[in-house]
Design a protein around this ligand. Structure first.
Ligand SMILES: Nc1ncnc2c1ncn2[C@@H]1O[C@H](COP(=O)(O)OP(=O)(O)OP(=O)(O)O)[C@@H](O)[C@H]1O
Ligand SMILES: [Mg+2]
Length: 350
């Protein structure tokens, strides 16, 4: 089943017994602090509008308490919204009846959790087919599907092991295999990799990207880690105090941070892995032979290619192979070390 995009429209969550009564006041500007101090309610989300692309990975970032988990739990309505819509395939999840919601959760969404949430008395394969057991799929069928995903996440040979005999990274592979075995079109991952060691974490990112390249699910991935966000996210949304401060591609956010909060987030990032050749190239001039690089190539990869080929100038070409600009090592180096004003203008113009 093809995945659709998720449209989050004007979503508010106010925790407390009379959350709805405060929506208008929050819309009119009542702050999170005042709502809490004066009225004893907690502002979880405020006026969230995010369009999560079909078949893409949307990363949600933000400091602790900014509302990331609250947001992702609205997508399968583990949290009831106070106001607003979450639209998937033409249906508002927030308005679904109990039976529709149960179907939606079971068949359209799968979650991967930070703490794995594996059942200790079930083996790897039994954990993997757990969702299918609940759906009543016979084991003869579910085991085949489970086995396929166990192999795809690299756990071949571990089918009959119990979770507590596995490392954290392997347990999370089981979590991912379980989610994929459900064959849902939305994958919800709340800090799924945050508990893993850095190298294992990068391995798991690769597993996800490889599988995603083939399956093209609509993935919502929460993380605190900007490198992870930039590597995985087709789109990134950054939250603060329950509000979206900025959303866009990694490149847009790194090149044009909306405010000091985002600037602080992106300060340490390796710009060579975020900025693309097409963004900083110079106008086309001179010879059109020699090394050709795609305009979508990241600067770090472009620099590597140029050094390997012994070139300090390359022709940048578009998707159709047509030359569109010139890139030289000098331009790459300056784009990697300084946030140039011209880039901001270019991004704003795109
Ligand atoms: N059930 C609840 N009742 C009251 N307030 C809540 C509830 N759940 C979350 N909150 C509040 O909503 C805000 C957002 O919390 P949330 O857990 O979504 O943040 P988060 O970005 O996921 O943080 P973390 O990075 O620590 O996981 C916080 O102020 C939190 O205290
Ligand atoms: Mg959270």
């Amino acid at each position: 089943m093809a995945s659709h995009g998720i449209e989050i429209k004007g979503l508010y969550k106010i925790f407390g017994p009379r959350g709805r009564d405060y929506v208008d006041a929050v819309k009119a500007g009542l702050s999170k602090a005042d709502l809490n101090e004066k009225h004893g309610h907690v502002l979880g989300l405020k006026n969230i509008d995010i369009s999560m692309p079909a078949g893409g990975i949307t990363v949600v970032m933000g400091l602790s308490g900014s509302g990331k988990s609250t947001l992702i739990r609205h997508i399968n309505r583990l949290i009831e919204p106070t106001y607003g819509e979450v639209v998937y395939d033409g249906l508002d999840v927030c308005a679904m009846k109990e039976s529709e919601l149960r179907e939606f959760r079971r068949h359209r969404t799968a979650m991967v959790f930070q703490k794995f949430a594996l059942l200790p008395h079930r083996t790897v394969i039994e954990n993997t087919v757990y969702g299918l057991d609940i759906q009543g799929v016979p084991r003869s069928e579910s085991t085949k599907r489970g086995q396929y995903w166990i192999e795809r996440v690299g756990l071949n040979g571990f089918e009959n092991h119990y979770p507590n005999h596995l490392s954290g990274g392997m347990q999370q592979r089981v979590g991912l295999a379980r989610a994929l075995t459900n064959d849902a079109d939305i994958l919800l991952m709340d800090e799924a990799y945050s508990a893993l060691d850095p190298l294992i974490r990068v391995d798991m990112q690769t597993v996800l990207l490889d599988i995603q390249a083939e399956l093209k699910k609509t993935v919502v991935f929460i993380t605190h880690d900007l490198d992870e966000a930039l590597r995985l996210g087709d789109k990134i949304a950054i939250l603060r105090d329950g509000e979206v401060i900025q959303q866009g591609t990694g490149q847009e956010i790194v090149l044009s941070p909306a405010d000091d909060y985002i600037t602080a987030f992106v300060k340490e990032v390796n710009r060579g892995r975020v900025i693309r050749a097409g963004t900083v190239m110079r106008p086309l001039e001179g010879p059109t032979d020699g090394l050709r690089l795609s305009s979508a190539m990241m600067l770090e990869a472009a620099a590597k290619e140029m050094c390997e080929q012994g070139q300090n100038r390359a022709l940048v070409v578009d998707d159709a192979g047509v030359p569109v600009g010139i890139l030289d090592l000098q331009t790459i180096v300056s784009a990697m070390v300084t946030p140039a004003a011209t880039e901001h203008q270019q991004i704003a113009a795109e």
